[in-house]
Design a protein around this ligand. Sequence first.
Ligand SMILES: [Fe+2]
Length: 206
Amino acid sequence: MPNRTKPRNRDGQTDGHGRRSISPEPHLARTGAEIQQFGSLRLLPVALAAEARMGSCQILNEILADTMILYALYKKHHWLVTGPTFYQLHLLFDKHAEEQQELIDLPAERVQSLGGIAVGDPRHAAELTTIERPPNGAEEVPAMIHRLLDAHETVITKVREAIRRTDRNEDWGSNDLLMSGILRRNELQVWFVSEHLVDVPLVGDK
Ligand SMILES: [Fe+2]
């Protein structure tokens, strides 16, 4: 018969006095059940209705997925860009990639703050994104630039919709993050990238 008067630790090991035995061995190869499913909410005391939090989490995750893909697109083009503007675009694309990488954290941590589950795995992001997948090879530079601008517009369209939705739901925390963080940074990057499609002479007449 097992001794039910002495408490056991989760490995069932006690020190003979009912106390949990302590071992320096790391607990390796642990597997466990999923404790919160994607798309579900925990109840955090942020004084916001579950319906509002759920709506915000859904659209923030879509923006998060697109931002992860846009980051990767900038990196791809940072590596693959060619031609006389190579160095300038190589540096610009890397700067924008770093900024997009910083942006990834904003919707992700906001989703967690609202009790949801943030998209974390890039394969999950690839399932959710609506940004068109580029070819695995290299494109001409103008095509790269157009592709980046299309991706930005996809993100910006969703951010504007999310701003309207979070305004209606009075989710001001998400609203502020979307407007002052994500929207403005994407708009600024669109300007910097778009200037590389303008064909004007440096000096003199054309
Ligand atoms: Fe690099």
